[in-house]
Write a protein that binds this ligand. Structure first.
Ligand code: GDP
Ligand code: MG
Length: 441
């Protein structure tokens, strides 16, 4: 999948001490191919690759992040960017009913989404009217009526006087009904075809002009891959829209549609539809989608926090020590203190993908543990701190007394320190955030 391929390319950066332009080129090249294979539109891929490359070249000397983390961070930022950045607020009418029109191909999920959005708005205290302007398929009206019932909102359907056989007339009469009866929001469901066609576009334009929607939502099946761009462009030119609804994101969506549609049409993605159930609706959040594509647990949150919390100079010194393999108890203590700065230990571990086992072990981890470690380390001589092998029974006893702990506390610390030391070695020369694991893999 796209996620797997992106994380594979990050893995190769793991052992690197510094980020070379050639490393950046290689990673960007791999991500670029992964995006193309996931049906992301070429111009979007090109711009993305260029922006990542530029920033990664420039940002190559971050103090608190290792090379892989730096690139993850930049890739994530740029993914968020092409997905549209901040989520846009919906446009509502100042007075009278707000009109949202749904457009898109047959099977995209318009009618299903009409129900979800209806319920979503109703839960927000709005009186919603669904309008059945899809008269193309024989049971489309019935489908909307069922959906409306499930959502607990009213449905306006074609009847004598509402417009029979004329979707434009149904839309118009539906809006008048909404105005007369004090509805807050009118959702106009329209017909789709299996492919883009001119008659369909003309009908959608007429409905649009009859009801003057505050939002025209283009409903797009995230599973359709390469066709997404073509379809979106056709609707953009034919009807125009103010926002996009991505449906079927619960499926094995490759992410391509999501990544292309904003870049190609310029319209923000407003909602994600994530299932067949009435509740499977979410506002679309570019940052969430990006981390879903990167699939890195909350690694990104961690990167953010690490950057904030780490003192650049300390971190640089630490990296130097790690690289030269001189990791002492003093460093261990410094690390523990830094980890505390980042938030509670348990929370940290909870954010690390694949940290389940360690988390279990530390389920009863006590923050005061860090104070104990500090006391123990401070009771050691510099020589002992630099070389724990010196710690025989009598030294351990002295340290325990001096720190107000027990001999087994001292032993326990040494064991943990040695484990950390070993881990440092296995993490390699990448200098991942010490004691916090590395890019998952
Ligand atoms: P329309 O032709 O655009 O109105 O599409 P429909 O609303 O009738 O949906 C077409 C099919 O897609 C139906 O079988 C829906 O149950 C299904 N569907 C719609 N939205 C989603 C979604 O977010 N996830 C999944 N898995 N199925 C969906
Ligand atoms: Mg429909």
């Amino acid at each position: 999948s796209l996620s797997d391929r992106i994380s594979d390319s990050f893995k190769k950066l793991r052992g690197k001490g510094v980020l070379r332009d050639s490393d950046v080129d290689q990673t960007v090249g791999e991500i670029r191919r992964a995006l193309i294979d996931a049906d992301v539109a070429l111009p979007v891929v090109r711009e993305f690759a260029q922006r990542v490359r530029e920033q990664a070249y420039g940002a190559a000397r971050s103090k608190s992040l290792n090379p892989a983390q730096q690139v993850v961070k930049i890739v994530n930022q740029e993914l968020v960017e092409i997905l549209g950045g901040e989520t846009r607020e919906l446009t509502f009418a100042q007075r009278g009913p707000t009109v949202f029109m749904l457009a898109g191909l047959q099977g995209a999920g318009k009618t299903t989404f009409a129900g979800k959005l209806g319920k979503w708005l109703a839960e927000d205290g709005k009186r919603v009217l669904l309008v059945a302007s899809d008269l193309q398929r024989p049971n489309a009206v019935t489908q909307l009526q069922i959906v409306g019932e499930r959502a607990g909102v009213d449905v306006w359907a074609p009847e004598p006087g509402n417009g029979v056989g004329d979707p434009v007339e149904v839309a118009r009469s539906g809006l008048s009904h909404a105005i007369r009866n004090g509805y807050d929001v009118v959702l106009v469901d329209t017909a789709g075809r299996l492919g883009v066609d001119e008659e369909l576009m003309e009908q959608a334009r007429q409905i649009r002009d009859a009801v003057n929607p505050h939002e025209i939502m283009f409903v797009l099946d995230a599973m359709i891959g390469q066709d997404a761009v073509h379809t979106a462009t056709a609707f953009k030119d034919g009807v125009g829209f103010t926002g996009v609804v991505l449906t079927k994101l619960d499926g094995d969506a490759r992410g391509g549609a999501a990544l292309s549609v904003r870049g190609v049409t310029g319209a923000p993605i407003l909602f994600a539809s994530t299932g067949e159930g009435i509740k499977d609706i979410e506002r679309f959040h570019a940052d969430r989608m990006a981390s879903r594509i990167l699939d890195m647990g909350d690694m990104l949150t961690l990167i953010e926090q690490a950057e904030k919390a780490f003192d650049a100079k300390e971190s640089e010194e630490m990296t130097g020590k790690l690289l030269s393999g001189q990791f002492t108890l003093d460093d261990f203590l410094t690390q523990m203190q830094q980890i505390r700065k980042l938030g509670s230990m348990k929370k940290m571990l909870g954010m690390l993908p694949g940290a389940g086992k360690i988390r279990e072990q530390l389920e009863n981890f006590d923050e005061r543990e860090i104070d104990r470690i500090e006391a123990i380390v401070k009771s050691m001589t510099p020589a002992e701190r630099a070389n724990v092998k010196l710690l025989d029974g009598s030294r351990r006893e002295r340290i325990a007394r001096g720190s107000g702990t027990s001999v087994s506390d001292v032993k326990g610390l040494v064991t943990r320190f040695e484990a950390a030391q070993k881990m440092m070695k296995s993490v390699g020369n990448g200098g991942g955030i010490p004691g916090m694991g590395n890019i998952p893999g």
